[in-house]
Design a binder for this molecule. Structure first.
Ligand code: ATP
Ligand code: MG
Length: 358
């Protein structure tokens, strides 16, 4: 299917969180419908999607019925069970492809993939048990971070080692899950690039944003990021390299550490990314429309940034600030319609326009 999807076509989205919600809005603006597949009840995307299936990823009949109604399948989170994808890919195209998912789902495979591309990552070693752990510490030293290979998000499944004495505690934090030990990178700051690749191989990257994390969760993204012209170029080129190597179709977020020695790749996410939310109010074509264009076989927007922007996540009871923020003229609010406020839960975000891009 290399033609452009036509008006009224349906895009299937695996996952119904805020990313699925914002993808659905973007799809609707281009004249498409979306069908959300989500195991949890009352997903945020349900308010704005054409159709919603609430079923488990193990429910084969539900997966088949879902695929029947859609023209192409995409996803808004990475941890979709392999069995569901095995079935779905026999029924409809999945974009981005399986390889991108498989690589990003496993931090060890991901690190090896990035190193093979000639990109710099943190020093790393696989850790399954005490023996591996001792060897990994010998090789990498401390400080270091032990991370589960799979299912990590928002800094979950991670344990920091200040010294080798922390080894046993860190290993027990993994609760038996296969892990990878990473050397601690002394970065000055963190940036990310949101890149896109179309069906015909064209690539378009947004300007890198500067990210601040609090308690392992993204707090803010600011544009422009503090980068030299050559670092900015490097960030974009390495993102294009990853996109091309995977024959990727869709939007990807690439997280980078800025160090004195250059850029270090932390990880990539094969989906629209929280650190790309600024594009909604900083660019004519935002990351959500860009992703929909790519998976629908449309030409990409150029993603040029017209404004300096600060994106701030509204987490948990940050929602109390909404009445005040709503009075601020240069703030665009993006709220996810989640009724239950929980600590650490992403409830919405704001984009504050700081002025025209320089
Ligand atoms: P998210 O879902 O927010 O992307 P995650 O659970 O996938 O998070 P990482 O991105 O690997 O986890 O790590 C979260 C944060 O922890 C990073 O953004 C960075 O601030 C810090 N961190 C991770 N790995 C390292 C490292 N090797 N050296 C220094 N800091 C690190
Ligand atoms: Mg991360």
């Amino acid at each position: 299917m290399s033609e452009m999807l036509q008006q009224g076509a349906t895009i299937g989205i695996l996952g119904g969180g805020q990313l699925g919600r914002m993808l659905s809005v973007a799809a609707a603006r281009l004249g498409f419908k979306t069908h959300i597949f989500e195991p949890g009840a009352n997903p945020p995307a349900a308010d704005v999607a054409h159709q919603v299936t609430c079923a488990a990823y193990e429910d084969e009949a539900a997966l088949r019925a879902f695929a029947d109604t859609v023209d192409v399948i995409t996803y808004e989170f990475e941890n979709i069970p392999t069995s569901a994808l095995d079935l779905l890919e026999t029924l409809r195209p999945i974009r981005p492809n399986r390889r991108a998912l498989a690589v990003s789902q496993d931090r060890l495979v991901e690190k090896a993939f990035l190193s093979d591309l000639g990109l710099t990552t943190a020093p790393y070693a696989a850790v399954d048990d005490e023996v591996d752990m001792a060897e990994a510490i010998d090789e990498i030293g401390t400080p270091a971070i032990l991370k589960t290979r799979r299912f990590g998000y928002d800094g979950k499944g991670q344990s920091r080692l200040r010294s080798p004495e922390d080894a046993a505690r860190a290993l027990s934090d993994m609760a038996g899950a296969p892990a990878v030990l990473e050397g601690f990178i002394e970065f000055s700051h963190e940036v990310s690039v949101i890149g896109a690749r179309g069906v015909n191989g064209e690539v378009s990257c947004y300007d890198p944003g500067e990210n601040v994390h609090t308690d392992g969760i993204l707090h803010s993204t600011t544009l422009p990021a503090k980068l030299t012209a050559s670092q900015r170029m490097d960030a974009v080129l390495l993102t294009a390299k990853i996109l091309n190597a995977l024959h990727y179709v869709g939007v990807m977020g690439v997280e980078l550490f800025v160090t004195k020695q250059g850029l270090v790749v932390n990880e990539f996410a094969p989906r629209v990314h929280n650190s790309g939310h600024w594009t909604q109010d900083g660019c004519a074509v935002d990351q959500f429309e860009q992703h929909i264009r790519a998976v629908a076989g449309w030409p990409l927007g150029d993603g040029k940034r017209h404004s300096n922007v600060e994106m701030v996540n509204l987490i948990g009871d940050d929602m109390d600030q909404v009445p005040e923020l709503a009075r601020e003229g240069s703030v665009a609010l993006h709220l996810y319609g989640k009724s239950e406020v929980k600590p650490g839960r992403k409830m919405g975000h704001l984009n504050r326009i700081l002025g025209p891009a320089g």
